[in-house]
Ligand binder design. Structure first.
Ligand code: NIG
Ligand code: FE
Length: 433
């Protein structure tokens, strides 16, 4: 018999998203739906995923074990949000209203708002302040089913302030159930005070920020915003090569507002991901397919910027590019922590099947972050990171939109959200296991 300390039983659908590698092409919609499904874990790792009959035959719950009845509900892997700008200070609802009244994102940036406004707020914040704001955001993510997330700096734009953001991420990773993967985005924008000498700023990123972040183990990836008004492909290449030499993985903000060449750069340097891609060219798509770089699409940002042009999701899938979906959570272009806000937009705007969207939001996202061997699917040996949704099948996630169906979240075999509320010491708290 398999011994378990936690089990979720009799789900209307247990969606495993099982698979040894990122899902591509027609395989993207094969998400492994088990009706009357059961999941069991021991010491934080999955020990069983299968149907009810097999569960009853093979699994025994230890005396102190917890069994959760998921009758009528759907169980999914926890979401993996592979692109967020988590550690920033403040908010920019004033700019949101300005845009509604006709201002463009570029105009707002040019007059010192946009990213520059968040840089000022983030520089003024203390490490403790960033941690406090980050914790509240992570709680919202968890309540919406996210169990792992990437977190970029990029609102410090000086050595000390970029490292402060990354230290906040490290502290949050230690104190919060959500696992965080840190990314240095020192090359987000040339800071306002150095616009007249961008070369010295690029040298600061390559010569000081990257070596320090790597030396202190504060970043696993390095990202660069390759875009008109941000960094050229040549500058991006210098940044990414410096990061590669220090052992960091590579990610690129590519082709968001125009055809910047970011996708070709990402493919040539074998980056882990190229993100946004609204304006990617056919050559860019072919190059990403050949390099195996994950295309991370951020439909929430395009929606929030009222873009009329969608990323060519179907062409990317047909070309065999591994596709992931993420929030792009940030104060300017997508202020939502919820992957469930993004999935309906992806289905409606890109024409993704809900099953494709789920694979893109879990297993493929995990692989793009280098955590695919332990997260992103419900398979024996992986971390028991799962969510239970009050819906009868996985299609409701995109269909019945705008409400939070997530009732229970399990992180490494521990119940961290119960009845739609954070589980913790307090009223109604019942330790799991
Ligand atoms: O991913 N593209 C660049 N950076 C962010 C926006 C940042 C902001 O507006 O604060 C993005 O959309
Ligand atoms: Fe982004």
């Amino acid at each position: 018999m398999i011994e378990a300390d936690l089990a979720v039983v009799d789900a209307a659908e247990l969606v495993t998203v099982a698979g040894p590698a990122p899902k591509r092409g027609p395989g993207l919609r094969e998400i492994g739906v088990i009706e009357r499904g059961c999941l069991a874990a021991r010491d934080g790792a999955i020990v069983f995923a299968g149907d009810e009959r097999e569960y009853r035959r093979r699994v025994r719950l230890i005396r102190s074990g917890v069994e959760i009845d998921a009758t009528g509900r759907t169980v999914l892997p926890g979401f993996v949000d592979s692109h967020t700008h988590l550690p920033f200070a403040g908010s920019r609802e004033g700019e949101f209203v300005d845009r509604l009244n006709g201002a463009t994102y570029e105009e707002i940036t040019a007059r010192g708002g946009g990213i520059h406004a968040t840089v000022r707020a983030t520089r003024a914040a203390s490490l403790e302040g960033l941690i406090e704001q980050g914790k509240r955001r992570l709680n919202r993510m968890l309540l919406h089913g996210t169990t792992s997330a990437e977190a970029k700096s990029g609102y410090g734009l000086s050595l000390e302030d970029e490292l402060k953001q990354l230290r906040a991420v490290r502290a949050l990773d230690a104190l919060h159930p959500i696992d965080l993967v840190p990314t240095l985005l020192g090359a987000h924008l040339v800071p306002a005070e150095r616009q007249s000498d961008r070369e010295s700023y690029v040298r600061e990123v390559t010569g000081r920020m990257i070596p320090e972040a790597a030396r202190q183990g504060l970043a696993r990836f390095c990202d660069v915003f390759v875009e008109e008004g941000a960094f050229t492909p040549e500058e991006g290449e210098r940044v990414l090569r410096a990061a590669g030499e220090r052992g960091l993985g590579l990610r690129v903000h590519a082709e968001q507002r125009g055809a910047s060449g970011g996708a070709l750069l990402a493919a040539r340097l074998r980056a882990a991901s190229a993100d946004h891609l609204e304006h990617v060219t056919e050559a860019g798509i072919r190059a990403l397919a050949a390099s195996g770089t994950t295309a991370i699409l951020l439909p929430g940002a395009a929606f929030f910027l009222r873009e009329t042009r969608d990323a060519p999701a179907r062409r990317l899938i047909d070309a065999g590019v591994p596709l992931a979906l993420a929030t792009d959570f940030n104060p300017g272009t997508c202020p939502t922590e919820a992957m469930t806000a993004v999935l309906p937009i992806a289905c409606l705007r890109y024409g993704l099947d809900p099953a494709e969207a789920i694979a893109a939001a879990t297993l493929n996202a995990a692989h793009s972050l280098g955590i695919g061997s332990r997260a992103g699917s419900l398979e024996v040996g992986k971390a028991a990171d799962a969510q239970i949704l009050d819906v009868p099948n996985h299609r409701h996630l995109a269909y019945h939109f705008g409400v939070n169906h997530c009732r229970t979240v399990i992180k490494r075999g521990r119940v961290v959200v119960e009845d739609g509320r954070l589980a913790g010491p307090g009223p109604g708290y019942r330790p799991a296991g």
